[in-house]
Write a protein of this length. Structure first.
Length: 447
């Protein structure tokens, strides 16, 4: 049951992300409904006695209105309730989906219980850390295989592995390497080879080092690549599967024509981590207060956790690395150089790219048009571009901004730089030309 509902969420989210027509969205949604009945031999939604408010009849509700209701309603408070058929079949489907989908990500895809120790709501549904669920999740093959991830988004998998490696090799790994992998032993499916209850960073490092480069994986049949990894270390491929399946953010490599040229890196990604419920709250706040764009800098070793737990207020917690001079909250800046400084706190040398180097890099990026671009170095810097609500809660101290409300910050883009280099240090998101370029790529204008 949770798996079927999860697939329905994927269909709706995909429809919204790729912006297909409302008629197509309706087709896919209803197609899944009838498929669920055919596969399970019973309706996906069980009628229970729950009072619902009167709505328009299905004949007068457009698909667009259904989708808008789906993500704007407060029905997620009672997300486990199922409505009656009092108002008709389609309204029954819509009301149940309205209740379940906005908070579906907060529940395990196997046991349908709330996630334990979840810092913040994330976009993609995932299995919980309970051992029985982990066994079911891996042995029943519920998750998408690493082969599919490598074939469809090799650059993203490359980035996820790099983040995992940076966190594991950090001197702060006991704090920031969270979550720790839960991987079933391929030789003994009744036990866990990697478990948060019994951490072994050395064994984990050995398995991670045995994962072949993503570039190599794309050069031949995945089945033969998997056999090679199994020969080297039987835990390498299961670990790769965990790295891809545990990512709870939506990451897509941006094509060259959709990249922000002023960032001067070929490694640009669309990054969305907010679940429907949080995104709905963000949109309401944006209508009330408006929004703008700002950078957030954090060392790449921290992003293994951020992609799985969310961008949270780490002030005065064990996760805090830098001082909170301006109080508690998520630190942002409209000026790139400020956030570059935070992202460069780690290994390697921080180097601000000169104008001549930027010109050379721009030519180099054009040469790689149409080709897969993989990370060549382990010395990486990264920076995120976020959209932030401009309410009175946003504290501005010159070029340093502090947002104490996590729901008022949503990641939009992610940029990676190699060998300690960064882009132009003079980028200011409050510059009208910069803002227009961001709006052109993201397709949404802040109010």
């Amino acid at each position: 049951m949770p798996y079927m509902v999860t697939k329905m969420l994927e269909i709706v989210v995909t429809c919204l992300l790729i912006q297909i027509s409302h008629l197509q969205c309706e087709h896919y949604f209803l197609m899944f409904w009838f498929l669920s009945i055919h596969v399970t031999s019973r309706p996906l939604f069980s009628p229970q006695r729950v009072a619902v408010s009167a709505v328009k009849s299905p004949a007068h509700i457009t698909t667009k209105q259904l989708i808008e209701l789906l993500f704007s309603s407060q029905a997620f408070i009672h997300c486990k309730s199922a409505p009656t058929l009092q108002h008709g079949f389609l309204v029954h489907v819509m009301k149940y989906a309205e209740q379940r989908i906005p908070t579906l990500n907060e529940y395990c895809v196997v046991c349908d219980e709330r996630h334990v120790f979840q810092y913040a709501s994330m976009l993609k549904p995932a299995v919980c850390s309970r051992e029985l669920c982990v066994f079911s999740f891996y042995t029943l093959g519920v998750m998408a295989g690493a082969a599919e991830e490598v074939s469809n988004g090799a650059e993203v998998v490359d980035l996820l592995v790099a983040m995992c490696r940076a966190a594991l090799e950090s001197s702060r790994k006991s704090i920031i390497f969270e979550p720790y992998p839960s991987v079933v032993d391929p030789y003994n499916p009744k036990s866990l080879a990697f478990s948060p209850k019994k951490k072994s960073y050395d064994r984990l490092q050995k398995a991670l080092d045995s994962i072949m480069t993503i570039r190599e994986m794309t050069q031949g049949p995945y089945s033969s690549i998997k056999k090679q990894m199994d020969t080297i270390d039987p835990l390498a491929h299961p670990l790769l599967q965990w790295i891809t399946s545990s990512n709870r953010s939506h990451i897509v490599k941006l094509p060259l024509n959709r990249q922000l040229k002023f960032m001067h890196t070929p490694h640009q990604f669309l990054l969305t981590s907010s679940p429907p419920a949080k995104e709905a709250r963000f949109r309401v706040a944006r209508k009330l207060h408006g929004s703008t764009f700002a950078f957030h800098g954090s060392h790449i070793e921290n992003w293994h956790s951020i992609l799985r737990n969310g961008l949270v207020n780490a002030s005065c917690t064990k996760l805090q690395l830098h001082g909170a001079a301006y109080g508690k909250g998520i630190y942002l800046s409209p000026v790139s150089s400020v956030s570059y400084g935070y992202s460069g706190m780690g290994r390697g040398q921080h180097h601000v790219t000169t104008k001549q180097e930027l010109a050379h890099l721009s030519k180099e990026i054009i040469l790689f048009q149409g080709q897969s671009r993989f990370l060549q170095s382990r010395n990486l810097n990264c920076i995120a571009l976020c959209e932030v609500i401009t309410s009175k809660d946003l504290q501005k101290h010159g070029d340093t901004w502090v947002c104490p409300i996590s729901d008022h910050v949503c990641t939009r883009f992610f940029f990676v730089y190699e060998n300690g280099q960064v882009g132009d240090a003079d980028i200011n998101t409050q510059d009208i030309r910069i803002e227009q370029e961001i709006i052109r790529v993201i397709g949404t204008k802040p109010i």
